[in-house]
Design a protein around this ligand. Sequence first.
Ligand code: ADP
Length: 503
Amino acid sequence: MQTDEDILQKHRNLILQASGDGVYGIDADGLTTFSNPAAERLTGYSSEELVGKGSHALIHHSHADGSHFPNTECPIYAAFKDGKVHRVTDEVFWRKDGSNFPVEYISSPIIDNGEITGAVVSFRDITDRKQAEMALSESEERYRKIVESTHEAIILARVSDGVMLDVNDEACRMLGITRDALMTKTAEDLHPHQMGVHREFMASLLATGKVKTDKLSWLASNGTPIPLRVSASVVQLQEARCILFIAQDMREYLKAEQRARKLQADLHHGARVSSMGELASGLAHELNQPLAAMMNYLQACKMLIDAADTGAPGKVLEYLSKAAAQAERAGKIISGLRSFVQKGECNRTAGDLNEIAKEAIGLLAPNATAEGIDFRTIFSSDLPRISVDRIQIQQVVFNLVRNAIEALSTVADAQLTVTTSASNDNSVQICISDNGPGVSDDMLTKLFVAFTTTKSGGMGVGLSICKSIVEDHGGQIRADRNPGGGLRFAVTLPAEVGGSPDV
Ligand code: ADP
């Protein structure tokens, strides 16, 4: 006849047998009193091998790195010494075959009639969990590295209240504040100067899920507005619906764009001023001759009338003298104007031909690409420096490259090459070669003469301006047939006195 106690004991045994966790008991001396089948399966020891032995010496003797684990430090044994429950997740148990596995265990004291008589230990193999944790932390580390190594600022903020959930270093650097300080702000706090724009942006983002804009800017901690190129999207994370902002600092880009615009304006202005100068100079040349002739004729008339003594009225003589004086005065004004125009204003500084040319070419390279031209630059790396008016020399390069692009507009397989080199005679050279149609022999001899053009809308002053600028710098410009077809313009400029190559 089974007593209640027998039935209870039977139930306990059944639970122990069925449990997936390893369970064993130890007495106050640390000797195993019982073990369940899961404990046998997990450790590789049979119940007979476990029971009556010190469990620490058998399955818990060493740390994961193989170093000795004294039983005096064992949390399992501690349970029947201090009477407390010990839960551990960062140790290993050793199998009979000498291998180990990461374990999570709970060691609970057994108290009988107020006395601690031992402990019961339940444990499980957490290899899978540890591997999953490791994979997760590796993946987190990978994503963190990607986020931190990008040149864009990245901010993750909650849609509901704008609270930041994550920011990268670049965002902190751009705004000039620490991560902790930034994490206390909301997305809205970054645009105190453009609340309207920000709200509009948010409305469109929430409506469409994705927005790209150049209209937003942040206010850095020092009060500087930072113009941005923002690409934002709404993402659903476990914790909340969020906005992922990826923002690029546009300050450098805008500065470069402004510099390019100014350079282009300078070149256009320079071209206009030079064209006017060249025009005035040409006009002066043309007008000087008839003025001088007029003066001669007037003076001859006066002399004739004087010599013939015809008794012409004094007024005629007086007016002839005055007309001659005015013609002379006009001649002087014109030659004064001409020499003024020819001298022009020059602002020379030391510079590097490659850099000077690069800026001018940069303005035209997109045109060349659009025309399908194979545009190459071959720059020598050891050029001596030159002392030049940067804008004027850029204007020369600009004119020559623009002419070449125009000449290549109808050519298939068009090639344009700009080469810089140093010459032995302490000068530098820049060559612009194209494989365009070139020019006739006759045209080749007068390319640099003002008002020579083959273009319907051309003024024919570009090359003559180039020539006067180059010669004004003590250099030379020449045009030759390119061996591969087309023209090759070579501009030689003297190196700066004592100039040495940039290293
Ligand atoms: P424009 O371009 O106004 O005609 P330029 O003085 O710059 O004035 O050029 C004069 C002429 O030289 C052009 O009309 C063109 O006939 C010729 N030319 C200049 N560069 C080239 C080139 N690379 N290939 C062929 N012809 C050219």
